[in-house]
Ligand binder design. Sequence first.
Ligand SMILES: [Zn+2]
Length: 182
Amino acid sequence: MFGLGYVLKWLITRKWTQLYLIPKKAVFPEICPLCLSSCAERAVVEKSADRPTNNYVVAQRREWLEMAIPHCSKCAKKLFRSRIIGLGLGGVCIVGAFLLLEKPSGASPSLFMYIAFGYPAYAVATTLQKGVVFGRASSLVMRVYIRDPEYAKRLVALNNTHLGVVTEVPLADNRGVPHKPK
Ligand SMILES: [Zn+2]
């Protein structure tokens, strides 16, 4: 049921600039990625897509990366609001799923629709407002989507001084991008 959310997220970010950052070395410019204001004094924490690390008998451990990105206070507030809306929708999804599992016969079609579209709504509500979205990540490299080309340029310039921290996708169709490290 999470598939549609990922597809919608991909649809939103596919026209954005795609970069690969080395999480341990990457730095974000002190400008707001949304309005390019230079008074970016608020740190907004962005999470990468999580991935399973090991399969245990009882639980699967999942890992993700978090990094703080400077935003101006106006845009940070906007992001916070969309996150609350998104979390609300996500909560409804979870509650709905429990209700469905409890009594599958009593579930109304409208409830099912809410579950099917609640998470995608969350993904869209949060992604639409963002200037920077993190994609898949390992401890060595992380895919980053940047909404504003000017901000992307600044990010590349800033990180190029740290030698090889940023890899731009050089060719279309993801040819020539670094292999996923193991
Ligand atoms: Zn801003």
